[in-house]
Design a protein around this ligand. Structure first.
Ligand code: HEC
Ligand code: HEC
Ligand code: HEC
Ligand code: HEC
Ligand code: HEC
Ligand code: HEC
Length: 439
C-alpha cells in the first residue's frame, strides 16, 4: 500500500520533471531562435528604430518620390525589397552617385541603366547615415503590406494620398480587425443557437419536468420584445453614434483640403508650353512673387506682348482679344473690356497670412517646392496640402537661408554662440508663432 503510494508519487514527480524539461527546452530553443533573428537584423546593418525611419521617410519624400515609389515603377524602378537585391554599401554609393557606379562597370548597375533607357538618376550630396536612413525607410515600407486598391486616392498629380494614415494603425487595418471581430461574433452566435436547440430537444424528451420548466421551454423568442429591450436599444444607439462620430471626424479632416484641385480654365493656357517648352520665366507673368505678398495672375496685357503677333488666328487667343476688346484686323482696342475670369486654384482662408516675397525672395525657395513641377503641367493643379500642418512642418524642417543676409548673420552668430549644434531653422526665427501667420 505504502509502496504503491510512493510509486505513484515518484511517477508523478518524473512526469513533472519531464514537463519541466520540455518547458525549459522550448524556452531555450525559442530564445536562441529569437537571438538568431536579432542577429539577422543587425547583420544587414540597416537600423530599425523609428527615428531613423522617419528621417529616411522625409528625405525620401523630398528627394526621391518624383521618380520612385515603393510598390510601383515610376520613372525609376519600384524600390520594394531593394535592400535584398543589393547590400547596404552598394546602395550607399549608388544613391550618392549612381553614374560613378555605372561607369565603374558594375554589371547590375549597367544592366539597370540600360533597362531604364539610360535615364540619369541625379547624384545626392548625402552622408552615409542619411542614405542608410532612406534604406531603413524603404525596408520598413517593403515589409508593410502593399496598399490595397482603393485604399488610397490618386490625385491628379499622380500622388497617392491616403486619408486616415495619421495615426499608428491605418484605417484599412482597423476595418479588417473590426470585420474579423464581427465574423467571430456571428460564429459564436450560431454555435450558441445550435447548443440551445440541441438542449431544448433533449429536455423536451425528458418526462419529469415541472410546470415552470415547461413554460420556459415552450417560450418562443419574441423579436419585437428583443428590439424594444434596453440592451438592444443601447447597443444600436452606441453603434449609430460611433459611425456618426467617425464620419464627422473624417469630414473635419478634409475641410478645405483641396490637394489636386484642377478646375477648367476659361482659356486653354498651358504652363507646359509657356514655362516649359518656351522657358518663359515665372516672374515674367507672376510679377509679384519677388516683391509682394501675392504672386499675381497676369493681366491680358502681358499675354498681348506676344499674342498681338503670335497665333492670332487661334480660337483660344481670340478669347484674349474678346476680353480686352481688341480687333486684330484693325489692331485697335474698343472700350468694352472684361477681365478674363481665371478660376483661382490656391486659396488660403482669410484667417491665414502668406507672403510670396518672404518665401521666394528672402527664403530662396523655388516655386516648385510648394507648387510642384508647374512647367510640366498642361493645366495647373494644387500640388500641396496648404494646411497649417503643411506650413508648420516645413518651418520645422527648413534651414534659414542666411547667405548674404546681414540681418541673419547676426542671428546666426547668436544661434551658434548659444552652443546649438542644430542648424538655424525657420522655427527658430519665429516661424511657429501664431501671430506671424494669423492676423
Ligand atoms: C530623376 C529621377 C530619379 C530620382 C530623383 C531618383 N532616382 Fe533612383 N533611379 C532612377 C532611375 C532611372 C533608376 C534606374 C537606374 C538608372 O537609370 O540609373 C534608379 C535606380 C535607383 C535604385 C536602384 C534600384 C534597383 O532596383 O536596384 C535605387 C536604390 C534608387 N534609384 C534610389 C533612389 C533614391 C534613394 C533616391 C532619392 C534620394 C532616388 N533614387 C532618386 C531615377 C531617379
Ligand atoms: C506666360 C505667362 C505665365 C508664365 C510664364 C507662368 N505662368 Fe503661372 N499662370 C499664368 C496664368 C495665366 C495663370 C492662371 C490660369 C491657370 O491657372 O492656368 C497661372 C496660374 C498659375 C498658378 C495657379 C494660381 C492659382 O490660381 O492658384 C500657379 C501656382 C502658377 N501659375 C505658377 C507658375 C510657375 C511656378 C511658373 C514658372 C515655372 C509660372 N506659373 C509661369 C501665367 C503664367
Ligand atoms: C513671351 C511670349 C508669350 C506670352 C507672354 C504669352 N504667350 Fe501664349 N504662346 C506663346 C507662344 C510662342 C505660343 C506657341 C505658338 C505656337 O504653337 O506656334 C503660345 C501659345 C499659346 C496658346 C495656344 C494657342 C493654340 O491654339 O495653340 C494659348 C491659349 C496661349 N498661348 C495663351 C496665352 C495667355 C492666356 C497668355 C497670357 C497669360 C500668354 N499666352 C502669354 C508665347 C507667349
Ligand atoms: C512656400 C510655399 C510657396 C512658394 C515657394 C511659392 N508659392 Fe505660390 N502660393 C503659395 C500659397 C500658400 C498660395 C496661396 C496663397 C493665398 O491663397 O493667399 C500661393 C498662390 C500662388 C498663386 C495664386 C495667386 C496668388 O498670389 O495668391 C500663384 C500665381 C503663385 N502662387 C505662383 C508662385 C510662383 C510663380 C512661385 C515661384 C516664384 C511661387 N508661387 C512660390 C505657396 C508658395
Ligand atoms: C517649403 C517650405 C515652406 C512652406 C511650405 C511654408 N513656408 Fe513659411 N517660411 C519658409 C522659410 C524658408 C521661411 C524663412 C524666410 C526667411 O528667411 O525669412 C519662412 C518664413 C515664413 C514667415 C515669416 C516668419 C518670420 O518669423 O519671419 C511666415 C509668416 C510664413 N513663412 C508663413 C507661412 C505660411 C502661412 C505657410 C503655409 C501656407 C508657409 N509659410 C509655408 C518656408 C516655408
Ligand atoms: C506657419 C504659419 C502658421 C502658424 C505659425 C500658425 N498657423 Fe494656424 N493656420 C495656418 C494656415 C495656413 C491655416 C489655414 C489652413 C487650414 O485651414 O488648415 C491655419 C488655420 C488655423 C485655424 C483654423 C483651423 C480651421 O480648421 O479652420 C486655427 C484655429 C489656427 N490656425 C490656430 C493657430 C494657433 C493657435 C497657432 C499658434 C500656436 C497657429 N495657428 C499658428 C498657418 C499657421
Amino acid at each position: 500500500m505504502l509502496k504503491n503510494r510512493l510509486d505513484w508519487h515518484l511517477s508523478k514527480f518524473s512526469t513533472l520533471r519531464y514537463l519541466l524539461f520540455c518547458l525549459a527546452f522550448t524556452l531555450s530553443f525559442s530564445t536562441s531562435y529569437a537571438q538568431d533573428e536579432a542577429a539577422a537584423e543587425a547583420s544587414d546593418g540597416i537600423p530599425t528604430d523609428e527615428e531613423t525611419i522617419n528621417q529616411g521617410k522625409s528625405l525620401f519624400t523630398n528627394n526621391c518620390t518624383v521618380c520612385h515609389a515603393i510598390n510601383e515603377q515610376v520613372v525609376g524602378p519600384a524600390l520594394k525589397d531593394v535592400h535584398e537585391r543589393r547590400d547596404l554599401p552598394w546602395l550607399q554609393s549608388f544613391i550618392k552617385n549612381s553614374q560613378k557606379v555605372i561607369q565603374s562597370g558594375d554589371d547590375y548597375a549597367v544592366n539597370l541603366y540600360n533597362e531604364y533607357n539610360k535615364t540619369l538618376m541625379p547624384s545626392f550630396d548625402f552622408t552615409d547615415e542619411q542614405v542608410t536612413s532612406i534604406v531603413a525607410y524603404i525596408k520598413s515600407e517593403s515589409q508593410a503590406p502593399a496598399p490595397t486598391a482603393g485604399g488610397g486616392e490618386v490625385t491628379e498629380g499622380g500622388e497617392v494620398s491616403t486619408g486616415g494614415q495619421a495615426g499608428g494603425i491605418s484605417s484599412d487595418y482597423l476595418t479588417i480587425i473590426l470585420l474579423g471581430l464581427l465574423v467571430v461574433l456571428i460564429l459564436i452566435l450560431v454555435v450558441l443557437v445550435l447548443i440551445i436547440s440541441v438542449l431544448k430537444r433533449f429536455l423536451s424528451q425528458k418526462a419529469d419536468l415541472d410546470e415552470e420548466d415547461r413554460e420556459i421551454l415552450s417560450q418562443k423568442v419574441d423579436v419585437q420584445k428583443v428590439v424594444k429591450s434596453k440592451p438592444f436599444l443601447g447597443l444600436s444607439l452606441f453603434l449609430f453614434m460611433a459611425i456618426a462620430v467617425k464620419l464627422v471626424i473624417d469630414g473635419l479632416y478634409s475641410v478645405g483640403i483641396q490637394q489636386g484641385y484642377q478646375p477648367k480654365q476659361p482659356i486653354a493656357f498651358s504652363h507646359a508650353l509657356h514655362a516649359g517648352q518656351y522657358e518663359i520665366d515665372c516672374q515674367y507673368c507672376h510679377t509679384g512673387v519677388m516683391k509682394a505678398k501675392s504672386a499675381n495672375i497676369p493681366s491680358a496685357n502681358i499675354c498681348m506682348n506676344c499674342h498681338q503677333q503670335v497665333k492670332t488666328e487661334s480660337p483660344e487667343i481670340q478669347k484674349i482679344y474678346a476680353a480686352i476688346d481688341f480687333d486684330p484686323e484693325t489692331q485697335t482696342y474698343g472700350n468694352n473690356k472684361q477681365p478674363i475670369e481665371w478660376v483661382r486654384i490656391h486659396n488660403l482662408p482669410d484667417l491665414a497670412y502668406f507672403n510670396h516675397s518672404q518665401h521666394v525672395n528672402v527664403g530662396g525657395l523655388d516655386c516648385q517646392t510648394c507648387h510642384g513641377e508647374v512647367q510640366e503641367m498642361e493645366v495647373v493643379y494644387q500640388h500641396s496640402l496648404l494646411t497649417m500642418g503643411w506650413c508648420i512642418n516645413c518651418h520645422r524642417e527648413t534651414q534659414v537661408n542666411a547667405e548674404g543676409n546681414e540681418y541673419y548673420d547676426k542671428l546666426l552668430e547668436l544661434h551658434e554662440a548659444a552652443d546649438s549644434k542644430e542648424p538655424l531653422r525657420v522655427e527658430d526665427i519665429g516661424g511657429l508663432e501664431c501671430s506671424k501667420c494669423h492676423y
